[in-house]
Every structure is written in C-alpha cells, then in structure tokens.
Design a protein around this ligand. Structure first.
Ligand code: MG
Length: 466
C-alpha cells in the first residue's frame, strides 16, 4: 500500500515537517486540510480513544482546532479541550492524565501568519516518524474510519486546569523556599502568546518579582515576532538594562523554548544556557546516566564543559523529537537544542520553557552568583551561521567534498558533516525543509572562523561549478 501511495499523482510530499504540519493559516494550512488531518489522526488513534487538544494564541487557532476536532469526532474519538496552553503543558497533561494522545495547534517560532498542527503520543512526546507516516498515508489515501451515527454521541468536553496542573508539576522539581528567600527579579518575555499564562505564574509561586514585556495575549504578535533571537529581543535587552533584573527569559509562540538575556543584557544562545544547566544537573543528580543528548547544530562547548566531569555528549540529527526519544530510550541528564529547547527528564523529556525558568532559578539560588559570571566561565567562540541556496542533491555533494577536505579531523556524519577540532568546529548540512546548504562555524579566533567560511564557500563553488 505504501509504495502505490508514494506514486500517487496527488502526493504533495511530506505533510509533516520536522515538528508537525506548518503553513500560512487559511492558505496552505486551511480548515479543509485541518479537517482531513483530524480524520487521519482520528483513524490512527481509533474509535473511543481520548484526545486532548489545545492551542497557542495564533490567528486561526480556534478555526483550525474546530476543524481538527470535527475530524477526530467523525472517527469516534472523545475530544477534550485544554484551551489556550503552552505545548509543554499539553504534553505533560496528556501523559500525566493518561490520554491516548494530544493535538496542539501551533506554529511554534514561525512568523505570525503561520499556524500548525502537531500530534502528541500517549507518552506526551510528539509522534515518532514511523507513526507520522501512518497518519500521512491515511491523510493522502483518505482511508478514514468514519463511525456510524450511533457513535457520534460525544460533545467536546472542556478540560480545565491543564495550566494549573502543569505549573504545579514544574514547581515540584525545585526548592520553593530556597528560591523565595533569594528575592529574585526576573523579566519574562512570552512573545504575546501562551507562555504569558504559565511562566509569570511559576515565577510568582517562587516569590520572584516578575516583570513582563510582550505579556498580553495578542494573535498579531505586535510586540515582537514569535522567534526569540538577538534581533527580535532588542526591546527585551533594553528593558533588562533599565530594570537591572537578574535575567530575562524569552519564549517562542508555544513556550517550549527559552532564550536567556543575562544580567549584563547579553542574549545567550540556548546551547550556552544548556551547558550551564547540564553541568549543574550532572553534579546534582549523580544517579542519572552520565549522558547529555543534543543535535549536531549545537556548539561543541558542551563537550568542553561536560567531558572534564565524565559526562558524554551524544550527538544526534537536527530535530527535537529524536532528542526526546533517545533521551527516554537510553536515559540521561538532559537533552537540548541550541535554539533554546531544554529537556529535563525528571519532569518530562520534552522542550519546556517554564521548567527551564524554574531550573535556572534553582541553580542561581544554590550557586549564589550572578548568571553573567556563569556565562563568562564558558569557552568563548566566534560564531558564523550562513546558508547557500542549492538543490538537495548538490548540497549532499558539497557535504561529501567537505568530508574529503577535512578527512584528517574528527567528524560526525549523522546529519551532513560536523568537523570538530580543539580550536574550531564546523557543520555543513543540507536543510531538512528548504533547498539550502546550511553552514555553521565556531572558532576561538574570528580570523579562523572567516578563513574556514572562505574555505567551505570555495569547496561549494567547486561543486557548483562542475
Ligand atoms: Mg516552540
């Protein structure tokens, strides 16, 4: 069945990207698509299964959710509505309350005009790829299992307290009294979306004086775009300096990412924060397996920090689902992505913005030092991130060329090629979603990084010129 389906003329490629189905809402991502996908998801989980649905603040969220709910119901699924909630809150409650699965309406960090649909499995982690393929196939072949009228007897049930249960769970992993006694002052930037419901709540419960910026729920994202970056966090940085807070935490649209601005007003990328947290957790939880999981796109500074204390870094392909699944399978201290997604398995092995906030507060309460001092102790690298437009086939040829040119160095080849030395590392990989070659370089000296970029560009031109 799979093969004939692959050859179908109407096959539009992979429906699911690296993290759910995404598109411009009401254009590529229409209510018709959402309805059909709802039926595919309903057929996958089956009649009588219990599914929790939720959404972030994005425009069209209620429309898409209604369409997905209709599709699920057509297949006899009992649907529960979590309302507005962060992705990690929905994921936590799916698992904690024994749902068969969940559906989250969000496009995460994508621009405001986007929305998306992601499917959560019973363990609270996004569906793994082989299950997604089953849903995709159902979607394209329309082999839906509709139920008869006698089975269409369920109403959509409100499922309250999802955010409350989540906040309580996050708080259970830290020492409330210890943190309260420190009197922290923190700026929270939830990008005008659902992080504004839960992160200030977590902070308040921990006795933190919490200020917010972009704190109201606004589907137009008038404060800043949903992705926290150096460019989008300019106002946040200014406010950190004006208020002299201990740090700021900035989320994406569904609050699974956390990017930190330190007390000196410097935006710290996710792998730097993860290095600090991973070392702290490794020393605190000696019983956890001595492993940390991350994607090849993260800085090798994590090895610089963890190797001396006997913790192995397991390098994986880019994509958070694989990191979560490997973390569960093998056990470890944590998992992370360089974009600010941090996974703490003692809570729930998925990216979680509010959990990251609580852990950082715990760490600072114990260390009794400024966060900027902890970042200053990390190795400093000069970073270049760039991309060159080219087809996937050509991009792979460039990867082979780089492998050959750097054959005398340590290489990781699970996703493009990552070359690691004592003075620099570089990653050259075809994009998973666009016709691009992605290049990341970090070197201890700026000249070296620029020289490496020139070299990689030269190798790409050689391939393109052939
Ligand atoms: Mg996200």
């Amino acid at each position: 069945m799979k093969k004939s389906f692959r050859k179908r003329g109407d096959y539009m490629g992979k429906l699911f990207g690296t993290d759910g189905v995404r598109g411009i809402v009401n254009e590529e991502l229409s209510p018709e698509l959402a309805l059909r996908l709802g039926m595919a998801i309903g057929t996958f989980f089956g009649k009588g299964s219990r599914i929790l649905v939720g959404r972030d603040i994005r425009a069209g969220g209620e429309m898409l959710k209604s369409a997905v709910v209709a599709g699920l119901m057509a297949c006899g699924v009992k649907v529960y509505d979590a309302g507005l909630t962060p992705t990690p809150a929905l994921q936590y409650v799916v698992k904690a309350d024994g749902f068969d699965g969940g559906v989250m309406i969000t496009a995460s960090h994508n621009p405001p005009e986007y929305n998306g649909i992601k499917v959560i499995d019973a363990d609270g982690i996004e569906l793994q790829r082989d299950k997604e393929e089953v849903v995709e196939e159902l979607y394209f072949t329309t082999r839906f299992k509709r139920v008869s009228w006698r089975s269409l007897v369920y109403s959509l049930e409100k499922y309250p307290y999802v955010n409350e249960k989540y906040v309580k769970a996050v708080l259970s992993h830290v020492d409330k009294e210890l943190i309260r006694n420190r009197g922290f002052r923190v700026l929270i930037d939830p990008a005008n979306s659902v992080g504004s419901i839960t992160s200030p709540w977590v902070a308040r419960e921990l006795g933190v004086k919490a200020y917010t910026i972009n704190g109201d729920l606004d589907p137009t994202f008038s404060g800043r775009p949903p992705e926290p970056t150096v460019e989008t966090l300019r106002d946040t940085v200014k406010t950190v300096k004006a208020l002299s807070v201990d740090f700021a935490i900035a989320h994406d649209g569904d609050a699974d990412r956390a990017i930190i601005v330190d007390d000196k007003g410097r935006v710290q990328w996710g792998d730097r924060t993860a290095a600090i947290l991973a070392k702290y957790l490794a020393l605190k939880h000696k019983d956890l397996p001595r492993r940390v999981f991350t994607a090849v796109s993260s800085s090798t500074l994590i090895e610089d920090v963890l190797k001396p204390i006997g913790v192995e870094v397991v390098w994986l392909k880019v994509g958070s689902i694989g990191i979560s699944r490997e973390l569960v399978k093998h056990g470890g201290i944590c998992g992370f992505e360089e974009n600010g997604g941090f996974m703490y398995p003692l809570h729930h092995p998925v990216r979680d913005g509010a959990m990251t906030l609580a852990l950082l507060l715990q760490l600072l309460a114990e260390e009794k030092r400024r966060l900027s001092e902890l970042y200053d102790e990390l190795p400093q690298y000069y970073t270049i991130k760039t991309k060159i437009p080219m087809s996937r086939d050509i991009a792979w040829k460039v990867v082979d060329r780089v492998k050959e040119a750097y054959k005398n160095y340590r290489q990781i080849t699970i996703d493009g090629v990552k070359v690691i030395t004592d003075d620099f590392w570089l990653l050259v990989r075809p994009s998973g979603t666009e016709p691009l070659l992605r290049i990341m370089i970090e070197a201890k000296a700026r000249d070296k990084a620029e020289e490496l970029l020139k070299d990689i560009k030269g190798l790409a031109e050689e391939v393109l010129g052939k």
